[in-house]
Design a protein around this ligand. Structure first.
Ligand code: HEM
Length: 416
């Protein structure tokens, strides 16, 4: 029995290590369905040290403790001893380094205050009608198709359109911008030349920076200031928001605003298609849609791993001391399936009532766009169940090889 236990321990550590390495062919199983691995980690190694001073934290209580704790930093440059200097940073790092997501207080607090009013429940309520209108147009555009990729045609387009309008990015530039954003986030596939992939990422990051700088310049020159977020940021004093911070925040909002929301909608639809009884329940009672969206967020969390935190001092997590300077990955997808917090955690239940999921994180970096993502997903599922025929899967979808996101490569469906 002891030998068997030891073998299982080795296996879970190995599996976790492959899982941390996009491109490793051995990741296959956990890529398609990471939940059995998460369950073993929670049970056997809830705080697991992988190579290179990296740790996986998988239990709900520990994940929450990390996200709300004060002994952690989000600032990767500071941890590496690299200066936050736009002149010396490569474009791909400039893209994110100046944004609030990668800063600690007091800079984080200052930057969050600038943009927060746009994203409060009240701030996004004025977008509800527009989001519904865009949803209707996207669904109408696929109504007559025999089969189509729901991810590409609906899930991905809606958040891109919404965030572009909110920021003030002209509609004509949307597609090009989405391509750059995808390139900057691309991961190495087996057989790729790492130098070529990095060069493509840097070129795309340069295009993103130039694009937003030009847009900001145009707004400064213009006498007409539309009611969008870029115009709002232009009006903020330089000591509260520098130009580098403005551009980085705009790019980060654009990327954060569409990738994850697209995954929520696609993963949510896939889950409903695989749980026909729950889909039926929702059709019979559309008032359950907001609740169902929360359950989708819990059950297949779009940002499932890699909420990265760096220990600024030795800190205890689940009885283990993490040394100063080490990196912790708080695994949201695992926390959201922890039986110590959720009843029947592996059951998808659109009428679940007690659902304190962590899909939007927690603490000071709690997702700024949570309210917006919610109204987008609610609009899609409300329209789908009230105005359209049933959908069915036409091909078994594949998951993208990402450690950060729980993302489909596509979702081929047809109307019944
Ligand atoms: C932060 C998830 C949609 C903007 C976060 C974090 C998570 C998250 C987990 C915390 C990161 C951390 O603590 O390290 C999601 C999910 C979404 C979504 C699952 C959709 C279903 C959006 C949208 C926007 C957005 C639509 C903007 C329009 C942000 C920003 C932050 C953030 C700006 C950083 C906040 C800060 O550092 O204070 N998001 N997000 N997100 N998200 Fe989202």
């Amino acid at each position: 029995f002891e030998v068997q236990e030891a073998e299982r321990d080795v296996a879970v550590e190995d599996e976790a290590e492959w899982f941390l390495t996009p491109g490793d062919p051995r990741r296959g199983v956990a890529r398609e369905d990471p939940y059995p691995l998460y369950a073993r980690l929670r049970e056997q190694r809830p705080v697991l040290e992988c190579s290179q001073k990296r740790w996986l934290v998988t239990r709900y209580a520990d994940v929450l403790g990390v996200l709300r704790g004060n002994s952690w930093s989000r600032d990767e440059l500071a941890a590496e001893g690299v200066a936050l200097d736009a002149a010396t940073l490569p474009p791909s790092r400039r893209l994110s380094a100046f944004s609030l997501l990668r800063r600690d207080p007091p800079d984080h607090t200052r930057l969050r205050r600038v943009v927060a009013p746009f994203f409060t429940a009240r701030g996004v309520a004025r977008w509800r009608a527009r989001v519904d209108e865009l949803t209707r147009d996207l669904l109408e555009a696929v109504r007559d198709k025999d089969s189509f990729d729901f991810y590409a045609e609906v899930s991905r387009r809606l958040p891109v359109m919404v965030i572009c309008e909110l920021l003030g990015v002209p509609a004509d530039d949307m597609d090009e911008f989405a391509r750059w954003a995808a390139t900057t986030l691309s991961v190495l596939e087996p057989g790729d030349d790492p130098a070529a992939v990095q060069a493509a990422r840097e070129a795309a990051a340069t295009s993103c920076l130039e694009f937003f700088n030009a847009l900001a310049d145009e707004r400064v020159r213009s006498t007409r200031r539309p009611d969008d977020l870029i115009s709002h940021m232009i009006g903020v004093d330089e000591d509260r928001l520098s130009r580098d911070e403005l551009v980085s925040t705009a790019v980060m909002l654009h990327i954060a605003g569409h990738e994850t929301t697209a995954n929520l909608v696609s993963n949510g639809l896939l889950t409903l298609l695989r749980h026909e009884d729950q889909f039926e329940l929702l059709r019979s009672d559309p008032s359950l849609v907001p609740n169902a969206v929360e359950e989708m967020l819990r059950f297949d969390s779009p940002a499932r791993n890699a909420l990265t935190r760096i220990a600024v001092e030795p800190v205890e997590v689940g009885g283990v001391t993490i040394p100063r300077g080490d990196t912790v990955y708080a695994v949201l997808g695992s926390a959201n399936r922890d039986g110590a917090t959720f009843t029947d955690p592996d059951t998808f239940d659109v009428s679940r009532t007690n659902n304190p999921h962590l899909a939007f994180g927690s603490g000071i970096h709690y997702c700024l766009g949570a309210n917006l993502a919610r109204i987008e997903a609610q609009a899609v599922f409300t329209r789908l169940i009230t105005d359209y025929p049933r959908l069915r899967l036409v091909a078994e979808p594949r998951w993208r090889d990402s450690f950060v996101l729980r993302a489909l490569e596509g979702l081929e469906v047809a109307w019944e």
